[in-house]
Design a binder for this molecule. Structure first.
Ligand code: ADP
Ligand code: MG
Length: 444
């Protein structure tokens, strides 16, 4: 963890080996065969490595695929495609005794200790269960092991016969941790382990996790949405958005100087006491697109504040440009929305439907603007397609005129800086201005 940063230790770490290697992993949730339905692309092609003994943080907004990724690494979800190598062995296809061994080596601690602990079992039984399932040594040794684990996580021997409801949230999370440690795993996935706890309790549990890592040489994947927690506890951080890792690299460096536009936006949203009051703020408009229908190009393209523009629009007013982007998003949503029953009736009767409200939207967005004639013409043309219920043609038209590489091509993970940091953004490829530079001009 990041508290150990002496030069000596860093040299030790750089000589360490890879524990986990993930290659182009995808996990899709299929809808029980609904005709024509798209799968939820919860994890959509991620690649990364975790070194032995390190803590990799995994952050991102709710619904971006963090838990699904964690659960896929645990073999609680089946991977749709890709590889997960633990100590060099692909675990996505393990079975029999190999799978059983894997289930000893990798453990998970869940966010909500209430629902993850069986309320009808005593603490002793809960912690002992994995030992029983794996027929670990003799029953007497298992009991002794449970008592030892209770002490390890800061609970008492007399807690053995109590039930989960007799404990506080923090204590229950300690029980979950003891259970995860029972079979002496190498790798623990912590899925928002302190999110449900009071701040004062959070610190204690985090300290416990750090101590345990040092004592037992554990490797952690630490899932969180609280960036302050991640900053404190992680060596490296992966930032996830819509099933993709947008940026991954050393925690300090990334917090100091984010390379990817999404990391930038995510960090600028953290409230931080800044006496000078000049913290850069980027407000992200809208919400992430549906993981059933992610953008074709860059996952972040529909919301990116520094999206690449076609040359002829580079100097267009920023506010106007944003409005064009919003218009495109409205059309996307409109195309996806089911036409309502009353609209259907109106349509059958040959009356105007709500779809005709495109005019309204156009006025709302551009009415008060001094829009250059050529831009106005493109907007009107697209609006006309939409009014004739052809959102697809409207979108295609705007894409043709205002779209860029960000809409059409998925970026590669490109290296930024010297410390193995990777970022998914077309702006890193040299032909364009770096995201950070564009942010600077936006904030001024
Ligand atoms: P996070 O942990 O980052 O909040 P999740 O991995 O829980 O995100 O969810 C990622 C996406 O997958 C979300 O859109 C969520 O609704 C969807 N999802 C999660 N579990 C299932 C499931 N069992 N079936 C279908 N969709 C799911
Ligand atoms: Mg989750």
């Amino acid at each position: 963890m990041s508290s150990t940063t002496s030069t000596e230790e860093q040299t030790v770490r750089s000589s360490q080996e890879t524990l986990l290697e993930v290659n182009d992993l995808k996990t899709y949730y299929e809808d029980g065969g609904l005709f024509g339905s798209q799968p939820v692309k919860a994890v959509d092609g991620v690649s990364f490595e975790i070194e032995k003994g390190e803590t990799l943080g995994l952050v991102g907004e709710s619904g971006c695929g963090k838990s699904t990724l964690g659960r896929t690494l645990m073999r609680l979800e089946e991977a749709t495609a890709g590889e997960v190598k633990l100590n060099g062995t692909d675990i996505t296809t393990l079975s029999g005794t190999d799978l059983k061994q894997f289930r000893e080596d990798v453990q998970m601690v869940f966010q909500d200790p209430d629902s993850s602990l069986n309320q009808r079992m005593t603490i002793g039984e809960i912690i002992r269960e994995p030992l029983d399932v794996h027929e670990w040594k003799t029953p007497t040794e298992r009991r002794a092991r449970v008592r030892e684990l209770l002490e390890t996580v800061g609970l008492q021997e007399e807690h053995y016969y109590r039930y989960p409801h007799q404990f506080s949230g923090g204590q229950r999370q300690r029980i979950g941790i003891a259970r995860a440690l029972a079979l002496e795993p190498d790798f623990i996935i912590l899925d928002e382990p302190v999110s449900a706890l009071d701040v004062s309790v959070q610190a204690k549990v985090l300290n416990l996790l750090e101590d345990l890592q040092n004592e037992f040489d554990l490797t952690y994947l630490f899932i969180a949405h609280d960036l302050a927690v991640v900053k404190h506890i992680c060596d490296r951080v992966a930032v996830m958005y819509l099933g993709n890792i947008m940026e991954i690299g050393p925690a300090d460096e990334m917090f100091e100087n984010p390379a990817n536009p999404y990391t930038h936006a995510l960090l600028s949203a953290i409230p931080e006491p800044d006496p000078s009051g000049n913290r850069d703020r980027i407000t992200l408009r809208g919400t992430p697109p549906s993981p059933r229908d992610p953008p074709t190009g860059c996952p972040f393209s529909t919301r990116c504040p520094v999206k690449i523009r076609p040359n002829e629009y580079e100097t267009l007013d920023d506010d106007l440009w944003q409005r064009i982007e919003i218009f495109r998003e409205v059309l996307r949503e409109r195309g996806r929305a089911e036409i309502s029953l009353s609209d259907r009736v109106r349509k059958i009767l040959g009356r105007e439907t709500a779809q005709a409200g495109v005019d309204e939207t156009v006025t709302e967005l551009f009415g008060e603007f001094n829009v250059p004639a050529d831009v106005q013409q493109h907007i009107d043309e697209a609006a006309e397609y939409a009014e004739n219920d052809d959102e697809e043609a409207a979108q295609a038209y705007l894409q043709e005129e205002f779209g860029s590489i960000c809409d059409s091509e998925r970026p590669d993970q490109l290296e930024v800086g010297q410390n193995g940091r990777l970022s998914l953004c077309h702006r890193h490829d040299g032909a364009y201005e770096e995201p950070a530079t564009v942010f600077e001009t936006l904030i001024q």
